[in-house]
Ligand binder design. Structure first.
Ligand SMILES: Cc1ncc(C[n+]2csc(CCOP(=O)(O)OP(=O)(O)O)c2C)c(N)n1
Ligand SMILES: [Mg+2]
Length: 283
């Protein structure tokens, strides 16, 4: 911010497009938390890009007044990876749902954690495929029996985003709750300031297909310990929890790819990055 600039309020980071999320949907809170974080950091709108896949949650970029890309189901992370590699001066934030990020996009999640490109990923986890009318998702409880496609529940242990992020090498892992957008905004600020891939699982209640999630407001509580940089302690904390403790769990920076890793080896940063990504995505 320059000396004469009037500070931007959170609402000024929103677009004029009225969200079509259901009344009471917690995705509104995630939008509010993101714009509060932008205002707290006074980021210039032209220096922020929000990248999404497909889903109710993935509509979020349209509701902001920053650069955005509403992409293909499950592919927010490769797009965000490419952008963050090509334009390292930008603040890149990928957003999307639990279906988008952990089912069709699950493979990209593992490799984004492992690769450690400098961007933020906010997975808006409502434990359901909201947009397609309420099918079970990877994070649905095993006995969640509201979907006609799984009348006895999925009967599978839910995907554990924080544990999988840790095992895959993510350096910043947090769990936020939409019922507390101020705490979520603070976590987003910390995630943006973290040098590397930063993952936030944002518990975001789906009022339409999972009305029982309204109980989360009585269940979610803060982690009773500060973030750790020790992966063993983090694993114990994650596995010893029922998935409803919120806060930054793990913080352990390591060299970002490609800026620090490839520069250190004296290779051309963009050229090498494009070459490696092309091989991986078979371009
Ligand atoms: C390749 C492809 N497969 C399937 C779909 C159908 N589809 C659209 S959104 C969606 C799931 C959305 O769930 P989630 O990512 O959890 O977001 P939410 O709507 O719950 O916020 C699916 C399966 C699609 N659009 N594209
Ligand atoms: Mg969902």
């Amino acid at each position: 911010m320059t000396a004469n600039t009037i500070p931007l309020k959170a609402k000024e980071y929103k677009s004029d497009i009225k969200p079509i999320w259901c009344p009471g949907c917690d995705h509104y809170s995630v939008l509010n938390a993101i714009t509060k974080a932008m205002s707290a950091l006074q980021l210039e709108k032209r220096n922020v890009a929000i990248i999404s896949g497909i889903g109710c949650s993935s509509r979020l970029p349209a509701y902001t007044d920053m650069y955005g890309f509403h992409g293909v189901h499950g592919r927010a992370l490769p797009v965000a990876t490419g952008l963050a590699v090509a334009r390292p001066e930008l603040t890149v934030i990928a957003v999307g749902g639990d279906g988008d990020g952990f089912s069709i996009g699950g493979n990209h999640f593992l490799h984004a954690c492992r690769r450690n490109v400098n961007f933020v990923y906010i997975a808006m986890d409502n434990e359901v495929y909201g947009m397609t009318k309420g099918q079970a998702s990877p994070t649905s409880p095993a006995d969640w029996d509201h979907s006609k496609l799984a009348p006895h529940g999925p009967q599978i242990k839910p995907f554990q985003p924080a544990a999988i992020a840790l095992a895959s090498g993510a350096g910043f892992i947090a769990r936020a709750y939409s019922g507390n957008p101020n705490a979520m905004a603070k976590m987003i600020v910390e995630a943006i300031e973290f040098p590397g891939f930063a993952f936030i699982q944002a518990l975001s209640h789906c009022i339409t297909f999972c009305p029982e999630q309204s109980q989360w407001k009585d269940i979610v509580r803060p982690f009773d310990q500060e973030p750790t940089g020790d992966p063993v302690v983090a694993a114990q904390r994650i596995h010893g929890d029922d998935g409803f403790s919120a806060g930054v769990i793990y913080r352990n920076p390591r060299p970002c790819w490609p800026v620090e890793v490839l520069d250190a080896s004296g290779r051309d940063r963009i050229g090498s990055a494009v070459e490696t990504l092309s091989m991986e995505f078979q371009l």
